[in-house]
Design a protein around this ligand. Structure first.
Ligand SMILES: [Fe+2]
Length: 376
């Protein structure tokens, strides 16, 4: 036990991270995507960069909700960097950027540990100061930028200008932060990526699910969670498990064209209000069967939660409890035409888990959607 704890301390110190800096979406139409995240997710557009600022390749919108920051990038001509990413994957997450205190040390450590470099450390500057950035590759075509913005006070990164919100921001934001980002990798690759995050970033296993726990009649997956020492950055990693019919992870891999980020969990402190607002704005959530709420063992399993079960049932919000507390969660349907990237809203009350107790109910709901798409 002592040895494990010493190991954790040592390895997490080799690659300190402050948190997720931003998530970059490469999309076919950044203007419309920025509008969607403003209206349906209640995010506020705070910065922009494009041809008007002399950047000939992209239009880029920065949207925030509390500490969560999305960079929405669209190519403005065929040969622009990232345009082929959209051709291959459609709208998807390209960069899970991490804020680090020392870009050079983090990059050097990652490269020495066998990570593939995407860009060596460099400075970007404008009148607001300097940001130092590097980037390394992770699963599929996804990257991790490493960002030190301690010497910068502009609206996002050098070159971006402040811009007015696209629509009036909601009275109360729908979510406060990115809770976790999940990656889907190929069959047999999950442990390789768990090992990668251990070796390259000193991340340790936080929780572990095995296939049997979360298998349903038709599909199954394996999932493990890695996190930094402070548990601010949490990356669950999924791979398909052998099953009778096509796993939801296989469906993702087929339609995304390889491994990639599957879902982003966003932390809210009022899931009822957020779901109501998002539904009113046209956001679609996965259905949960009434039987989930009518199950007499549910009340015993979850104990007392802040919201009456009837209110959860009305909105199809799931609840799970472990030894540390409980959590409320709900999942959106995919947010683009392809059955790939989706979101989770999570309201935590002590629990550090990921809703393991809900996986079966959730996967059955996903499978009903897969069946409707003819992909089961
Ligand atoms: Fe999740």
């Amino acid at each position: 036990m002592t040895q494990t704890m010493e190991h954790t301390t040592t390895t997490s110190d080799v690659f300190p991270v402050k948190g997720v800096d931003y998530l970059q979406f490469l999309v076919g139409n950044a203007k419309q995507a920025a509008h969607y995240y403003s209206t349906a997710f209640g995010m506020t557009c705070v910065a922009y960069r494009g041809p008007e600022q002399g950047y000939r390749d992209h239009a880029e919108y920065v949207l925030v909700s509390g500490a969560a920051r999305f960079l929405i990038t669209g190519a403005v001509h065929t040969g622009a960097p990232g345009a082929e990413h959209v051709v291959k994957h459609s709208d998807g997450i390209y960069d899970i950027a991490l804020e680090v205190p020392d870009v050079d040390a983090a990059y050097l450590h990652a490269i020495n540990a066998g990570a593939r470099g995407v860009s060596e450390p460099y400075d970007v500057k404008d009148e607001h100061g300097t940001v130092r950035i590097a980037a390394i590759a992770t699963y599929g075509d996804t990257i991790h930028s490493l960002v030190d913005r301690s010497g910068y006070d502009g609206p996002f990164l050098p070159g971006f200008v402040t811009r007015a919100p696209i629509v009036s921001p909601p009275e109360k934001r729908y979510f406060q932060a990115v809770d976790h980002v999940v990656g889907n990798v190929e069959l047999g690759k999950m442990d390789e990526w768990v090992e990668f995050y251990g070796r390259v970033m000193g991340f340790t296993n936080m929780a572990e699910f095995i296939g049997d726990d979360i298998a349903t009649d038709y599909s199954a997956l394996m999932s493990k969670v890695v996190a930094d020492g402070s548990r601010k950055v949490k990356f669950p990693l999924n791979e398909p498990a052998v099953s009778k019919r096509k796993s939801q992870i296989d469906e993702y891999l087929e339609f995304y064209g390889g491994p990639g980020a599957q879902h982003i969990a966003i932390a809210t402190n009022d899931i009822i209000r957020s779901v109501d607002a998002m539904v009113a704005a046209g956001c679609e959530f996965l259905d949960t069967p009434d039987s989930y709420y009518d199950d007499p063992t549910l009340r015993a399993r979850i104990g007392k939660v802040r919201v009456p079960i009837e209110e959860l049932k009305k909105r199809k919000i799931l609840v799970d409890r472990d030894e540390d507390g409980y959590l409320l969660q709900i999942f959106t349907k995919p947010v683009q035409d392809r059955p790939t990237v989706f979101f989770e809203l999570i309201e935590r009350h002590g629990s550090l888990g990921f809703g393991k107790g809900n996986f079966k109910a959730l996967f059955e709901a996903i499978e009903r959607e897969q069946e409707l798409r003819g992909n089961l």
